[in-house]
Design a protein around this ligand. Structure first.
Ligand SMILES: [Zn+2]
Length: 350
């Protein structure tokens, strides 16, 4: 229901001309770069979204777009294409980025960038944030005791609570080793088989062979997203933080045959990016780093706190159009106005 309502609002914005007006307004301003952030490529109409974006924006590879944004002065050659530059990023490197997004990129001739986590590639493991739900779903025992609490797995509420406990423990782990040891222990306690379902296979990371094929095509470029995707600010040891950043850079350079210059913070909200994290990213040799803070990028902004606009393949293309035009952020910020908040609170209680 909420999805239909959002699509309806987005359709009103689009067909009233508001989206076109916002695009025109952004285009008039010099040095603006829009970066969209996807994760999965499956489960929606990515094709329709790409077609819209290709028509209305100058879709570029990330490094070329950032070089253009931060160029000190414009050289004499001005592009005849006055559309606002836009970059498509996919975080984590899910396999459906290869099976679905890459096929579209080739067909529609549209570039995008994947932020890879080399430690997961060809490990046979799904990403840690999928593990809580997966382990509980495939548990072969009727009950389990964790942190002094017994969970009865026939009760859906206790199952959900257990999945939440697992997720919290791995999310806030202070070392990657602690996280992996905990997951192995829970997996054993729940007697979960290592075999993955077909859906879970699609949530595995891309393989190196797929990375090479995408790189060779020229339509896909890559950036770094740490070696094992910890939330960097939670790591207790500064040396481990540096290792996560440096070994990721080294692994990608070895596989791709050239250094990667951009980095995306895992779970990149600003509260997870401390001064120590910023320094470590700089020292690891990256030139630019992306957060998940909402917004467009301007030349005067920090090159280590770049903004992105979160989108999802699951959204209607009209919603993506409103997001890329900057309208969605504007309207969603209205919820902080007292009377809008009151209305939302009341309608939420119904
Ligand atoms: Zn990520």
């Amino acid at each position: 229901m909420r999805k239909i309502a959002l699509t309806f609002v987005a359709a009103c914005m689009y067909y009233s001309g508001l989206v076109a007006l916002a695009r025109w307004w952004t285009r008039r301003q010099s040095s603006c770069l829009i970066v969209l952030n996807y994760h999965r490529a499956l489960g929606g109409d990515l094709r329709r979204q790409f077609l819209y974006l290709r028509r209305h924006y100058r879709v570029m590879h990330v490094e070329a777009a950032l070089e253009e944004l931060y160029a000190r002065r414009k050289n004499g050659r001005r592009s005849y294409d006055r559309r606002t530059p836009l970059v498509l990023t996919f975080d984590d490197g899910y396999r459906d980025n290869y099976t679905h997004a890459f096929a579209l990129a080739r067909e529609l001739q549209i570039p995008f960038t994947i932020y890879l986590v080399p430690g997961y590639i060809e490990s046979g493991r799904t990403f840690w944030w999928l593990e809580g739900e997966r382990l509980v779903k495939h548990a072969q025992v009727k009950e389990v005791t964790l942190d002094d609490r017994c969970y009865h797995l026939q009760d859906p509420q206790e199952k959900a609570a257990l999945a939440q406990l697992i997720d919290g423990r791995v999310r806030y782990a202070q070392t990657v080793d602690e996280r992996e040891t905990f997951l192995a222990m829970v997996s054993e306690k729940l007697a979960v088989s290592a075999e993955l379902s077909e859906d879970e296979m699609l949530a595995l990371p891309v393989t190196w062979e797929q990375v090479h094929e995408m790189e060779t095509s020229g339509w896909v470029s890559f950036g770094a997203h740490t070696m094992h995707h910890p939330i960097l600010a939670y790591l207790k040891d500064a040396a481990e933080m540096r290792e996560e950043l440096e070994s990721c850079s080294a692994a990608l350079a070895e596989q791709l045959g050239h250094p990667v210059r951009t980095f995306a913070y895992p779970i990149g909200q600003l509260q997870h990016i401390s001064d120590e994290v910023l320094d470590a990213v700089r020292q690891a040799g990256y030139d630019w780093a992306f957060t998940t803070r909402y917004g467009f990028n301007r030349r005067k902004g920090s090159s280590y706190l770049l903004n992105r606009v979160e989108v999802d393949t699951d959204q209607h293309w009209l919603v993506v159009a409103a997001e890329a035009a900057g309208l969605w952020g504007f309207f969603s910020r209205l919820r902080w106005l007292p009377f809008v908040r009151k209305y939302l609170t009341n309608s939420g209680q119904k």
